[in-house]
Write a protein that binds this ligand. Structure first.
Ligand SMILES: [Zn+2]
Length: 344
């Protein structure tokens, strides 16, 4: 049956062939003759491999292999460098072979939903034109930092995996408009979220987040899904404050950081010759009350942001957003609306 279609397609110089849901187990080598083909839909069959002859489909831009029984990305795909859209959802993939990824530089859409993929190899960075990547319902425990190199990405969907964290480098993806991290095991989102300056939709529902990262309220979001987390609630009760004694190292670090903010200071100029010290001091924060820097000691607080009032969204719920203060003396100052966090 499939062969008849090849002959008909050849006669008609077909640009696209649809062979979905036909119980196909093997694909005829004759498909290699359809050299004008732009789109090939082979979804919902029983294919486990593709003939090497397919490598002559040098104009193919769209290939749908969804809902078959592939256990690996068919090796012949590495020759299909024109491919822009590749659908491999609902198969039995557990790994992504780097050499296949390397042969697909023009891919813009990659759908690998509902497989058993555990690892995204660093070679993912070779898909430099990728705009949409979807890995819903796999076994991912981590995302490689290299994904943060795919600067054309506008959409990432990794819902229903086993992610405990995401790399900070994802915030380098400034074109992202839609991110779904729903139903993973995230306890935190890294700091620096304002890198997602074009983000419109964020789904973090069904994780273990206790609060949103610093400056979250300045994102230009249109939709946020966050039900099913362990978000900090506003419950007021008396607390005791331990007497605060900073270590000499922390006090020195604060002093140097404060001086270093003034780029022309003697300390700042001296630091240029002390790369080790510079590295040591490279991560620091700034107090939300006095705006002075701190290094390793701070007070974790939250402020409650109203999605409608503060972020102009339709939802009128409040969310806790992380704020860090340098000391109890700043915490005890009046005029701010930051709350201490008690873990019970
Ligand atoms: Zn302070």
């Amino acid at each position: 049956m499939a062969n008849d279609l090849v002959i008909r397609a050849l006669k008609g110089n077909a640009k696209s062939v649809h062979l979905s849901s036909r119980n196909i187990r093997t694909l005829s080598k004759a498909f290699g003759k359809l050299t004008c083909l732009l789109a090939l839909h082979l979804n919902n069959n029983r294919l486990a491999s593709l003939p090497t002859e397919l490598q002559s489909l040098q104009q193919l831009t769209e290939l749908n292999l969804g809902n078959n029984v592939f256990e690996e990305i068919p090796p012949v795909l590495k020759h299909l460098s024109s491919l822009k859209k590749l659908y491999l959802f609902g198969n039995r993939l557990s790994t992504l072979h780097p050499e296949v990824l390397e042969g697909l530089p023009n891919l813009t859409v990659l759908n690998l939903n509902h497989n058993s993929i555990r690892l995204i190899p660093p070679a993912i960075q070779r898909l430099s034109n990728l705009e949409v990547i979807s890995l819903v319902g796999n076994q991912l425990e981590e995302i490689p930092a290299e994904l943060g190199l795919l600067r054309n990405l506008t959409e990432i969907n990794v819902a229903n995996n086993k992610l405990a964290e995401i790399p900070r480098q994802l915030y380098n993806l400034r074109r992202l408009r839609k991110v779904s991290l729903a139903r993973n095991s995230l306890t935190d989102l890294p700091e620096g979220i304002l890198g997602w300056e074009n983000l419109k939709i964020l789904d973090v529902a069904g994780n273990r987040l206790s609060m949103f990262p610093f400056e979250f309220q300045f994102l230009a979001l249109e939709e946020l899904f966050f039900e099913g987390n362990n978000l900090v609630k506003l419950e007021l009760f008396e607390s005791t404050q331990e007497k605060e004694v900073f270590s000499l190292k922390e006090l020195a670090a604060r002093l140097i950081l404060k001086e270093d903010l003034n780029k022309s200071s003697v300390v700042s100029r001296a630091l240029r010759f002390l790369p080790d010290l510079q590295t040591m001091l490279s991560r620091w924060g700034r107090c939300a009350v006095c705006f002075q820097p701190f290094h390793t000691t701070w007070l974790e607080c939250v402020q409650f942001i109203n999605l409608r009032k503060d972020m102009k969204m339709k939802n009128s719920q409040n969310i806790p957003v992380r704020v860090l203060l340098c000391s109890y003396s700043c915490f005890n100052k009046s005029g701010h609306s930051y709350y201490g966090v008690a873990r019970v």
